[in-house]
Ligand binder design. Structure first.
Ligand code: ZN
Length: 442
């Protein structure tokens, strides 16, 4: 009996059982995290991850596995950053890290007084007279009463992304940004930043500071405005280097020219090993294809797993995949990304037509036994975003988000922060949706 003659309930049960009793996602992630580790675009580890991904997909016996070339930026952190604050001759070492793409300080470091702000409007109000020659300290915290921590992140991240660009306009000599983290702890969280069109000579170094040290700095500034902050960073920007998206495909039995993509991003920041961001999404996406093979599901449409390169600091992989598929006139009916951590899945967020969304809503009952209830319209994923064309339906897996920013882009985003069952449930949930979309079409 073919699986297509089974009820959807039965197929979903098979997919979840397989993932939970015989899954590979956790074992794969153990290797990616612990044997390869952090894999920033352009790094040797990113190359190792590409080779690993290709080899593992080849072992699955898919119809096609290939590497899609893409040029990516290469930025290195260099020797560990060092910072302290000094007040009345008393100094305290501060936990900082360079933001991705930041320029270095001069080799001896920078020492200057600090001015704390909440947002760019504060810069306008203070003006050049109060900012010039100082280090600007952005300290607007993530809003704790928002249930979606991604929304709280969205409300803060401009400090990190454009903070240096804005502060440089007022003559600041450096920027310190409160880490995008709701928890008070000692980890600085890196992430991408931009200098926009700012000439190289006007670019100022930009670092994240741990939430605990942000609070300390802020409270000391209230006592003594003459505090001085010292920091030293050795980061460096290189020319672009060759890298790859890793792609595997099960070719469709009825509509081989209609594609469904599942994916995540293979690159990560360099501080931890990128287990949640986005090793989890990578292994879950691989698992979707493995579960199909293992469960004897022969999809009608071609299902691709895409391990996108360079989401974190460039999105070159996502753009390249969309560009190539457009040039080849490929029809993508659906793309699903997992890039919100390997936590308990709650559902999906859809960027799609009303017709497609209503179809998904009609499957709600099927997901009930697995406690998957969040089916909403909204964003999907950064890497699949470039596929948006008005017809391709896009979706993002939405796991519980409460702990995500405890780890995001920080040294503690490591394999021990992953729960095996939560990871596996996410993979099964993705496989279930892909199964239903493939079976029913757009
Ligand atoms: Zn990510």
């Amino acid at each position: 009996m073919s699986l297509f003659s089974q009820t959807d309930e039965a197929v979903l049960k098979t997919l979840y059982s397989q993932a939970l009793t015989n899954g590979k996602s956790y074992e794969w992630l153990d290797y990616l995290s612990n044997q390869i580790g952090g894999r920033l675009s352009g790094s040797h580890n990113a190359e190792r991850a590409v080779q690993w991904g290709k080899e593992e997909l080849e072992k699955l016996g898919l119809d096609k596995v290939w590497l899609q070339p893409v040029m990516v930026p290469k930025w290195t952190r260099g020797a560990k950053e060092y910072a302290y604050l000094e007040a009345d001759g008393e100094s305290t070492v501060m936990n900082i890290c360079a933001l991705g793409g930041s320029v270095a300080t001069n080799p001896l470091g920078i020492k200057a007084s600090v001015i704390e702000v909440q947002d760019f409007e504060d810069l306008e109000r203070l003006g050049k007279a109060k900012i010039e020659g100082k280090i600007v300290f952005y300290n607007r915290p993530m809003q704790a009463d928002l249930i979606s921590t991604f929304e709280a992140y969205g409300g803060c991240v401009n400090q990190r992304y454009q903070g240096a660009l804005e502060a440089a306009k007022f003559g600041a000599v450096g920027v310190i940004v409160r880490s995008m983290n709701l928890r008070i702890d000692d980890f600085p969280h890196t992430g991408s930043m931009t200098y926009g069109d700012l000439p190289v000579s006007q670019r100022i170094p930009s670092a994240a500071i741990s939430t605990r040290h942000a609070d300390l700095l802020s409270s000391l500034l209230k006592l003594d405005k003459k505090i001085e902050f010292y920091f030293r960073m050795h980061c460096k920007q290189f020319d672009d280097v060759q890298s790859y998206n890793v792609i595997g495909e099960i070719t469709g039995s009825e509509f081989p020219n209609e594609y469904i993509v599942v994916g995540g991003h293979l690159d990560s920041w360099d501080l931890g090993d990128g287990s949640h961001d986005d090793g989890a999404g990578i292994v879950q996406s691989m698992e979707v294809l493995r579960l199909f093979k293992e469960s004897g599901i022969k999809p009608k449409r071609s299902i691709r797993v895409v391990m996108f390169m360079n989401e974190e600091n460039g999105l070159r992989g996502g753009n390249k995949y969309a560009e190539v598929s457009k040039n080849k006139n490929e029809t993508h009916i659906f793309a699903l990304e997992s890039d919100a951590g390997g936590f308990t899945p709650r559902g999906f967020s859809f960027d799609c037509s009303d017709a497609f969304f209503n179809k998904v809503l009609s499957w709600q009952q099927l997901f009930k036994p697995y406690l998957i209830h969040y089916i909403e319209k909204g964003g999907s994923g950064a890497d699949i975003g470039p596929l948006k064309n008005g017809t391709t339906a896009l979706a993002g897996l939405r796991p519980d988000s409460q702990r995500y920013f405890d780890y995001h882009h920080a040294e503690n985003d490591t394999f021990d922060a992953i729960n095996k069952r939560e990871l596996e449930l996410g993979a099964a949930t993705m496989a279930a949706l892909v199964y239903l979309v493939d079976k029913n079409g757009l």
